[in-house]
Design a protein around this ligand. Structure first.
Ligand code: AMP
Length: 286
């Protein structure tokens, strides 16, 4: 596996690959890699000649400084996992390499994309500025890597919708591929933040996906309001989990709907605090 920290060197390498007609698949990550990330790598490897994975903890998408400081950084272990998955290229730049002027400045976040209502709900409402930061870094990474296809997990369902909107509006010639959620055996969605859970929180956390699966089972019988009450009730008994939001939304517009069956495509999304760790998950209903 080729490892690059510098934009210039990565671009040189990719330019010669592109010259010889090779297609590039790109998997942007913040590292602390797990099998959810590796599923994206595998998908990219199947569909492209060269797979590039980036590991970059992007400061501009964190609205909570403690979350940024505590975000796990495990580059050596990440390298091993990527080598085992036969990833072709790892791009692991410094913050200065990506944001050479001033880190974290609002000015740098102003990329001309109209997200409409996409970032007004759920993660957008709870984490002000988060999606502006995501758009900023992904557009920068797209400019550097110039991939043919880019791979994102449905685990971050709203992020996938935002990236699709950004790609369309900025006319990037990149196919955005959404990949299914990879879960632990007990149903917990894999996440880099799971390593921060203590034993009690980890033991409690599978209740999140269990509750979502129950919602899916009952989606044709109950209204969104009734399902919200059910979810609040299921989680209320846990001493270690605190519900932040649960929404049933149209999976294209991300706007709340009254009855899951009313629209062709809907998804149930949840955010839960397990102690000081914020976990998100979702299940596609229709
Ligand atoms: P992150 O490093 O958390 O920013 O995630 C990088 C990419 O991996 C994003 O597109 C995520 O949606 C995706 N991802 C993270 N966890 C999972 C998972 N459990 N299953 C599938 N994709 C995931």
């Amino acid at each position: 596996m080729e490892v690059f920290e510098k934009i210039k060197e990565l671009k040189q390498y990719l330019a010669s690959a592109k010259k010889s007609g090779k297609s590039i698949g790109f998997v942007p990550t913040m590292g602390a890699l797990h099998l959810g990330h590796i599923a994206l790598i595998n998908e990219s490897k199947q569909q492209n000649d060269i797979t590039v994975c980036s590991v970059f903890v992007n400061p501009t998408q964190f609205n909570d400084k403690t979350d940024l400081d505590k975000y796990p950084r495990t580059l050596e272990a990440d390298k091993k996992l990527l080598e085992a998955a036969q990833c072709d290229v790892l791009f692991a730049p410094s913050v200065n390499e990506i944001y050479p002027v001033a880190n974290n400045s609002d000015e740098q976040k102003t990329i001309n994309v109209n997200l409409g209502l996409l970032d007004k709900v759920m993660e957008g409402a709870m984490r002000p500025g988060h999606f502006r930061g995501v758009i900023q870094v992904v557009s920068r990474l797209f400019d550097i890597v110039e991939p043919n296809k880019a791979y994102f997990g449905q685990k971050d369902f709203q992020q996938l919708a935002v990236i699709k909107a950004m790609t369309k509006q900025l006319n990037y010639p990149v196919d955005i591929v959404g990949c299914s959620i990879v879960r632990e055996n007990d149903g917990l969605a894999m996440s880099s933040r799971n390593v921060r859970l203590n034993a009690d929180e980890r033991a409690a956390a599978p209740l999140i996906s269990k509750t979502l699966f129950k919602v899916k089972e009952l989606a044709d019988k109950l209204s969104s309001e009734e399902l919200k009450i059910l979810v609040a009730h299921e989680l209320a008994d846990s001493a270690h989990l605190k519900l932040e939001y649960f929404e049933i939304v149209n999976s294209e517009t991300l706007q709340p709907i009254n009855k899951p069956e009313e629209v062709a495509h809907s998804v149930a999304c949840i955010a839960v605090w397990a102690g000081k760790v914020r976990l998100i998950d979702n299940v596609i209903l229709y």
